[in-house]
Design a protein around this ligand. Structure first.
Ligand code: ADP
Ligand code: ASP
Ligand code: MG
Length: 425
């Protein structure tokens, strides 16, 4: 029996009862002969509450201090979990991200892991302990300051440790039974997926299916670490995410043509109005955005009005970066040369993901037909080889997701998808 890394999300450790339940589960794995490293998130909505608190004392909290504050959330759960395990008669030691050897760059609030040196974790499990690691945090190689990996970052901590420790599997325990064909909170008829390839999971995650973080899937694919997403509230098998299709009995599980529908309401749209239609304009807009270290998602440029020679360029970005983007563009207004800026945070994105899209020409038409039948107006469109995304009004998103899910025959005809806990924040 080898080493397993298990990650428990905030909803799984929301209160003392939850922590005791998780402790039992970890001890079970240990009794089955595994070495266990457990990565934990902050309890329940702690991270959101800490952010609210920070914003009450400062509208734009300093990144370094915000990271120091937020990492406290995971420290609380790791210590409590270690205590609960000891109470069950097993040895456990908790470690911060820094103690666990999670080394990052120095970009506060969204640091990237650049190395993992898990010497202390390895020594601890080799001595027979269960190691508990605080997720979502690391230490900057350059500044030696404490960093966080961005919202949902505990998933990445888990996979990075699994890779560094050469674990058999990385189990992600959450409040649903696995990865579904859509968010079960929106589509009660969503179906659990038994196996999904890294590529499709990457697109779903990038399109807003927050059950797994995009960076975590990227990391798992790079190091070929199989992920098992499952519920900490049930004993059911969850979803395997890996490179190779798995077998169920002697039956090979097939890759679905359409993997699922994702939605995202965390983005906003910026429109740069009245841009001269000449070479170099888009470059200087997006250079400005990149220099502010902002990642953008979709981009669209309108046809320019022949009479004025001016055009509009719209792009989407995380709402959390909205202020920064507007400030950066305003500062460069003279150099770029545009009339005005429009900011719209009442948008939502709906994406259909599936490898079958490459070879099936009707998919795009069916997708647009489903949206139009549901009376949903489309504002932006973008596609990749295996994904098609549209931006709509935010209020239209739930209806649009359900319509597309049904139109592609993804509705389950048996049981309703269960959500065990959490607030979905
Ligand atoms: P955790 O606290 O365990 O990290 P998250 O809230 O980050 O949990 O992720 C689990 C949630 O992801 C679910 O409760 C569900 O609402 C949401 N979700 C979004 N898309 C999907 C999907 N395709 N399959 C399963 N869950 C999804
Ligand atoms: N606690 C952090 C968050 O809420 C990290 C995580 O849960 O993965 O985003
Ligand atoms: Mg999560």
């Amino acid at each position: 029996m080898g080493l397993v890394v298990q990650k428990y999300g905030g909803s799984s450790v929301a209160d003392a009862e939850g922590i005791k339940r998780v402790a039992k589960r970890i001890v079970e794995a240990k009794k089955n002969g595994h070495q266990v490293v457990a990565v934990v998130s902050a309890m329940g909505d702690t991270t959101d509450e800490l952010i609210d608190l920070a914003e009450q004392v400062s509208p734009i909290p300093a990144g370094r201090e915000l990271d120091m504050l937020l990492t406290a959330g995971e420290r609380i759960s790791m210590a409590l979990l270690a205590m609960a395990i000891k109470n069950l008669g097993h040895n456990a030691q908790s470690f911060t991200g820094s103690q666990a050897g999670v080394i990052t760059d120095s970009v506060h609030n969204k640091a990237r892991i650049i190395d993992v040196t898990p010497g202390r974790i390895k020594a601890s499990v080799d001595e027979g302990n269960i190691a508990i690691v605080a997720g979502f945090q690391g230490v900057s190689q350059d500044t030696k300051d404490i960093t966080t990996l961005g919202r949902g970052g505990s998933d990445t901590t888990a996979v990075a440790l699994a890779a560094a420790l050469e674990a058999e599997v990385c189990e992600i325990y959450t409040d649903v039974d696995g990865v579904f064909t859509a968010d079960p909170r929106v589509v009660s008829k969503a179906r659990k997926i038994d196996w999904i390839a890294f590529e499709d999971m990457l697109e779903l995650a990038a399109s807003g299916s927050k059950v797994l973080l995009h960076r975590c899937v990227e990391y798992a694919r790079r190091y070929n670490i199989p992920i098992h997403v499952r519920s900490s509230f049930s004993g059911l098998q969850g979803t395997w995410v890996s490179s190779e299709p798995m077998k169920q009995g002697d039956k090979q599980v097939e890759q679905a043509l359409i993997s699922g529908v994702a939605h995202d309401t965390s983005e906003a749209k910026v429109t740069v109005v009245g841009v001269p239609d000449k070479p170099g304009e888009a470059a200087s807009i997006f250079r400005t955005i990149a220099d502010a270290e902002i990642n953008i998602d979709m981009v669209v440029q309108n046809v320019s009005a022949a009479s004025t020679g001016l055009t509009d360029i719209s792009f989407t970005l995380p709402k959390t970066e909205g202020r920064k983007a507007i400030d950066a563009l305003e500062k460069n207004k003279g150099a770029i040369g545009f009339d005005s800026l429009r900011y719209d945070d009442q948008i939502g994105k709906i994406s259909l993901v599936g490898a079958g899209m490459k070879t099936n020409p009707g998919v795009t038409a069916d997708f647009f037909t489903a949206l139009s039948d549901a009376g949903v107006n489309i504002e932006l469109i973008s596609t990749s080889e295996i994904r098609i995304s549209v931006v709509t009004r935010k209020d239209d998103v739930p209806e649009a997701v359900r319509a597309v899910h049904s139109a592609f025959g993804l509705d389950s005809d048996s049981d309703e998808a269960v959500v065990y806990g959490g607030t979905g924040r």
